[in-house]
Design a protein around this ligand. Structure first.
Ligand SMILES: Nc1nc2c([nH]c(=O)n2[C@@H]2O[C@H](COP(=O)(O)OP(=O)(O)OP(=O)(O)O)[C@@H](O)[C@H]2O)c(=O)[nH]1
Length: 132
């Protein structure tokens, strides 16, 4: 089986809201709202891939100790199989900016149900409602 390992973060602010970003027009699944993150490269741990993606996509800095494993999703994706590792992150440096997306917003976990998200993300919403 050809697995695609992806890490993503639910950044949680002091009001218990979670950051989502809108996939830009030129990408697959364009327009959908997702958690910041991306593919784990062969030479990376999931945590270091996520730290890199948060820097590239939002311009923020965090560290492995601030990434708490929250859950995962397992979903067919074309001819591959996606394993999406979701972390909760409550501590970072900087102010998130939409550097690699069409926009970012902060929402309460219950509001995620009303957003257009990739299929793999749907089961993670209930998890965040319980966790955050
Ligand atoms: N970052 C992120 N990716 C997600 C989420 N849910 C989900 O199915 N994915 C999928 O996991 C993969 C993430 O890789 P990526 O963000 O680096 O994707 P990419 O634009 O480089 O891929 P592309 O070349 O297919 O457009 C994509 O196929 C994306 O659709 C999510 O919540 N966050």
């Amino acid at each position: 089986m050809d697995f695609l390992f992806v890490t993503a973060a639910a950044l949680v602010d002091r009001d218990g809201r979670v950051l989502v970003q809108q996939r830009s027009r030129h990408r697959s699944m364009a327009g959908l709202w997702e958690f910041p993150g991306g593919k784990v490269e062969p030479d990376e741990t999931p945590e270091h891939a996520l730290i890199r993606e948060l820097r590239e996509e939002l311009g923020i800095e965090t560290e492995a100790a601030c990434l708490a494993p929250a859950g995962f999703a397992s979903e067919a994706l074309g001819d591959r199989h996606l394993i999406l590792l979701l972390y909760v992150c409550r501590k970072w440096k900087g102010i998130p900016a939409a550097l690699d997306s069409d926009g970012i917003k902060w929402v309460r976990p219950v509001e995620l149900h009303a957003l257009d998200m990739p299929p793999a993300d749907k089961p993670l919403i209930g998890l965040l409602e319980a966790l955050v």
